[in-house]
Design a binder for this molecule. Sequence first.
Ligand code: BGC
Length: 350
Amino acid sequence: MMRTVCWCNHFRADAAIVCLLGAILFVASSRAAEPPDAATQNQRLGRGVNILGYDPIWQNRHEARLQEKHFRLIREAGFSNVRVNLHPFRDGKLGPDHRLSREWFDIVDWAVKNARANGLMAILDCHEYLAMGDDPRGNRERLLAVWRQIAERYKDEPDDVLFEILNEPCEKLTPELWNPLLRDALKIIRATNPRRTVLVGPTSWNSIDALPRLDLPEDRDLIVTVHYYSPFAFTHQGAPWTSQKDTTGVAWNATDQQRRAIEKDFALAASWARQHRRPIFLGEFGALEKGDMDSRARWTSFVARQAEKLGWSWAYWQLDINFAVYDAPRNAWVEPIRRALVPSPASRKQ
Ligand code: BGC
């Protein structure tokens, strides 16, 4: 009898130890699985480049300009993120039920897979800003339906896949409409992706000036994104889609006054970010080929370093086509721009 009691006591003690260890392991593993916060995610994003928005791949996969090898080249050049510009209204073959086509998702899957395989974080950016700016009410349900499907499709991806609700809300998509719309889109995303890092920016084409009118929910897994193209007469000289289509010969010489103007704009964003405790991602900046190369490289380098000084991550606009950092027909980097972005391997992030 004595022996039985002893054995029982031993058994209870052992069982208690096993339970305790189990509980410790459970707590430790759930801590380890805790997703990184938005500030950490923003640091991880580092330096990046916009890709795929205007690639023939969306019309015909055989005509794709971006190939698998380019993801490796992007990584080797020192970038750590790609902002994948998606046009689901233009390319997704949306019918009245707003279903995105399988072919469209195949291309997005391919981009996510190749980005991840090359150690690049991927931002899935909904780039339907023109349609949304033109008719925000008429396109609202389409945007929400698109996010319901993208969120569902990528909900099991790790935290190096991020979502950006909408590129450059503009025109008729005013703060009064954008603030409630971004909340609705975020609610849909959160139903399947409770801790996914989501990027969201202010109206007026994601301009720094519009930050005070951006009204965000309490959600702490948000990175705020802004775009920068000032002075516009320099970055967009000769751009046929803008008011600067007839402008030529504008230089950027990094004069005190020119540098101070950029520092002042960035200081506004930095102070907003501090006040609202939000990390900043500079999702687009670049100067069109019509400007002289020395000015473009000077401006690009100054803007990138300025952003980094403030702890922002960034993505250059854009890989190929125009503003290009990569010359696709020649299969070569546009060296002055690439060097302006990533000055030397030693200064590369990660
Ligand atoms: C637009 C591009 C444009 C760029 C600079 C982007 O958001 O999608 O079409 O070239 O901004 O203006």
